[in-house]
Design a binder for this molecule. Structure first.
Ligand SMILES: NC(=O)c1ccc[n+]([C@@H]2O[C@H](COP(=O)([O-])OP(=O)(O)OC[C@H]3O[C@@H](n4cnc5c(N)ncnc54)[C@H](O)[C@@H]3O)[C@@H](O)[C@H]2O)c1
Length: 331
């Protein structure tokens, strides 16, 4: 396959480019480098461009004629989406619309997109299945749900084929150390714990220990970024084989919930470092438990979770963080 990867200079996008290349596919990255890094584009060439620039996108699709698009390009900081919703609606909703219009006009028919567990809001029960109510509680989740609706509309009207992958908590790094996580600011738990251990982060704190969970801290479903990347390759292959029908949304998670305190204990064990921390108040809008039922993705994509034990996730993330490569990306 020839796959255009929007956002391929970012965290999950770069791992997916590597997985696509290893599976024998041709990759081209389309990225404006707003939160991504030129140095993470290693498995195909980079077209520096904005997804909102429909003319540039169309020219890129016409010139290269990919079999499909994997669309990661978006903003994804929940807190910022609350304080600056227009930024998120513009990039995530109008940006996706620009991609869909470009596909329609250039005859590209297949698209896999990054969606999120945030579309469920506070779920009525766990593990979460895809047929449960979607009721996002922040603008970020709303933009991703609206993106899924747009895909369904374009599929009905123009026959596009789509798969939306709803990730739970992406974590870990490439086991060979060729790419890894680097968000600014970093809001994800595991890199924050590791950055606190290396002294990069001064003020690590647990956000709330009075949730209705066994140890009082939030429970999440952590999925290794290489397992996520593998699911994207399988989803794109399925679309390009013409087996997918019009469209579907699939959860990507392990089905196992791990609490914040359990992550801290595992991080201390894996790294041999100890971490002193304070406990602060709850962060607004954090559901107590988010755990995926990923059985549909396993069945439909023939997807297997291979590397998502908490120890493997932390070990790979620790190697990446202690190598200092995420700091070089920033220079
Ligand atoms: N990281 C997670 O835990 C997680 C969980 C659920 C969903 N997601 C989704 O996965 C996707 C990738 O997340 P990530 O953590 O790799 O983020 P990231 O910030 O590392 O990567 C996003 C990439 O998109 C690019 N980009 C953003 N806006 C663009 C635009 N207008 N035009 C062109 N390029 C643009 C950025 O430069 C960056 O390279 C996002 O859509 C995010 O919402 C992430």
């Amino acid at each position: 396959m020839k796959i255009l990867v929007t956002g391929g200079a970012g965290y999950i996008g770069s791992h997916t480019c590597k997985a696509l290349a290893l599976a024998g596919h041709e990759v081209r990255v389309y990225d404006n480098l707003s939160t991504g890094f030129r140095d993470l584009v290693k498995w195909g060439d980079l077209v520096e461009g904005d997804i909102l620039d429909t003319e540039r996108l169309k020219a890129c699709l016409r010139a290269w004629q990919p079999d499909g698009i994997i669309h990661f390009a978006a903003f994804s900081q929940v807190g910022e989406s609350v304080s600056n919703p227009g930024k998120y609606i513009h990039n995530n909703v109008a940006g996706t619309l620009s991609i869909l219009e470009s596909m329609r006009e250039t005859g590209v028919r297949n698209i896999v997109v990054s969606s999120t567990a945030a579309v469920y809001g506070i779920p009525e029960r766990c593990p979460i299945t895809e047929d449960m109510t979607t009721a996002p509680i922040n603008p970020y989740g709303e933009t991703k749900l609206f993106m899924e609706w747009m895909l369904a509309d374009f599929a009905r009207a123009y026959g596009l084929s789509w798969t939306a992958l709803r990730y739970f908590n992406a974590a870990g790094a490439d086991p060979e150390g060729e790419c890894g996580e680097c968000h600014m600011p970093e809001t994800h738990l595991i890199p924050r714990v590791l950055m606190a251990m290396t002294g990069e982060l001064a003020d690590f704190r647990i956000m709330g220990d009075d949730y209705p969970t066994p140890d009082g801290t939030c429970i999440r479903d952590y999925i290794h970024v290489t397992d996520l990347a593998a699911a994207h390759v399988l989803a794109a292959e399925r679309l390009c084989r013409g087996e997918a029908g019009q469209g579907i949304s699939l959860n990507l998670g392990t089905g196992t919930g791990i609490s914040v305190r359990e992550i801290l204990q595992a991080a201390e064990q894996v790294t041999g470092q100890s971490l002193s921390y304070e406990t602060g108040p709850r962060r607004a809008g954090d559901p107590p438990v988010l755990v995926a039922d990923g059985s549909s993705a396993r069945k439909l994509l023939n997807w297997t979770v291979r590397r998502s034990s908490v120890d493997e996730i932390i070990r790979d993330a620790w190697s990446w963080h202690t190598s200092g490569r995420h700091l070089i990306l920033n220079t």
